[in-house]
Design a protein around this ligand. Structure first.
Ligand SMILES: [Zn+2]
Length: 212
């Protein structure tokens, strides 16, 4: 019987199942439809640390090195990510500049910094209030990191300008692509579920779930 026991519903066939602790590297499979319900990573903390450090390191050249160089009639125009935001401010599109700055610079930076801090706290065995605050902030800020939108705008600009002159992708573009890849992988693969479980075990004092 499932009464008084934590349980989950299969998202494919709605079967109600008792939850069990799944060790890293194993997976929890629905006995009815064989759908994978949970698959904890073998080394989520080390991977989170590696990916967030890679992203944060690549952010500096991605933001300040040339994304694109446009040459028309012998005149070179070099554009960086930060310059692009400043151009929007100067052109009077301050609301768009703020949105681009937040979604493409601030949110990814915060997202990676939060994952890094969470991993460091977990490694240090600190499952207190600070970790809970960081976990909640990380899940909220992650929704605002939209690097793919900026990448799409670069590709559109490249296609539009290619007929008017010579366009060269710069070092910033390579770093931006690497940063986007590591940030996306971190967002998809960083599993906070085992950390929340550990927080619950450390804090103790299980509360009963009551219908409202
Ligand atoms: Zn199922």
């Amino acid at each position: 019987m499932l009464y008084g026991q934590p349980h989950i519903a299969c998202h494919e066939c709605d079967a109600l199942l008792a939850t069990v602790a799944v060790p890293p590297g194993k997976k929890l499979v629905c006995p009815r439809c064989r759908c994978t319900l949970r698959k904890p990573a073998r080394d989520p903390i080390d991977r989170g640390l590696a990916l967030s450090l890679t992203s944060l390191t690549l952010m500096v050249p991605a933001f300040f090195m040339p994304i694109m160089t446009f040459n028309m009639l012998g005149l070179d125009t070099v554009d960086t990510m930060v310059k692009g935001v400043l151009h929007l401010f100067q052109a009077g599109f301050w609301w768009m500049a703020l949105l681009v700055m937040f979604c493409s610079i601030v949110a990814p930076m915060l997202q990676n910094a939060l994952v890094l801090l969470i991993c460091l706290l977990v490694r240090a065995g600190r499952y207190g209030g600070l970790l809970v605050l960081l976990l909640k902030s990380q899940s909220r800020i992650g929704r605002w990191a939209m690097l793919e939108v900026y990448m799409l705008s670069i590709l559109v600009a490249y296609i539009k300008m290619i007929d008017s002159g010579q366009v060269h992708m710069g070092v910033g573009m390579i770093c931006f692509s690497g940063m986007m890849l590591s940030t996306t992988l971190n967002a998809v693969m960083f599993d906070t579920h085992p950390i929340w479980e550990k927080v619950g075990q450390t804090r103790g004092g299980l509360h009963e779930n009551r219908p409202l």
